[in-house]
Write a protein that binds this ligand. Sequence first.
Ligand code: UT7
Length: 328
Amino acid sequence: MLPNVARRSVVRGVGGYLPPKCITNADLATNLDTTDEWIVERTGMKQRHVLADGQNTSDLAAEAAKLALADAGFDVQTIDLIVVATVTPDHPFPATAARVQAKIGASKAFAFDVNAVCSGFIYALSVADQYLKTGMAKRVLVIGADAMSKIVDWNDRATAVLFGDGAGALVLEAVDESHVDYERGIHSTHLFSDGCHYDLLYVNTDLATAAQPGHVHMQGREIFKSAIKLIGEAVETVLSSNNITIADIDWFVPHQANLRIIEGISVHFKIPMEKMVVTVDRHSNTSAATIPLALWEAARDGRIQKNHQVVLEAMGGGLTWASALVKW
Ligand code: UT7
């Protein structure tokens, strides 16, 4: 029986990785009936990174993990759990987390994947937090990694322009209530699902019939409306659960699906855009990777600093939606 001690999951390191190959809106417009103006006006996206030949999701995840470990200054052998949020695993099995484990040499860890689509990183963070708080793990790598270029239909202008590939990672460590860092870390996570609306956003691959590989299908307008409503609920929940207001928050790190959704949340909650970390213009929607990539960018350039209060929020296929409060 583990002793009943209060613990908090504190962020010790952050890393990110974008594959070098980059596709601009103008590149897309050479093959699709679209324009740079349409994509920028409707989404805020200007470019996206995609896998190079021979690269796979676990390669992106492993690079982000190595940087996060270096940032934490931790020996890889001290990691006892790896959770990868992804909807684009290297293979149906084994888990991409196990592939990452082998690639970074984390031989003492156990490893598994979480699938909650664009909310996946917050789901993975929540899972990791439970292991850390109960004492089942001491140091955890949480990774959001997706290679959406593998599953979009490059002939469908309605979806091909929206997605990109990348990975971001956090290293978390459990500290107990006697530790100087106990007030930092993950204060709460809030996870929601509604499987009744799966048909708004899904991939039509059918492993039972082994039909030809499927692609992302999305009812864009409906998802847009749901995103504003459900993200709003998730943000209200994280604020009320922690008894705080918008004024107490230093940074909002939203899922990056569309600049208009981020601006909508900003207007609805009266959050100044300067407090929003925005990467959608350069990364597009990297699914589970958007939030850790944004954290990596904002921590690296000095915006997010120690003890800052950071709200994370996301919404995606499932439907799933989620929020979290992290004191950096
Ligand atoms: O990460 C998971 C969550 N995902 C999201 O939250 C995405 C939510 N949805 C969206 O971001 C937006 O709905 C989209 C960016 C996908 C689409 O923007 P929209 O303003 O909702 O456009 P729409 O789907 O209503 O389409 C408007 C028009 C249509 O033409 P008609 O029917 O008005 O003639 C589309 O066929 O724009 C057309 N269209 C395009 N035109 C040029 C759709 N895609 C393109 C394109 N280039 N790439």
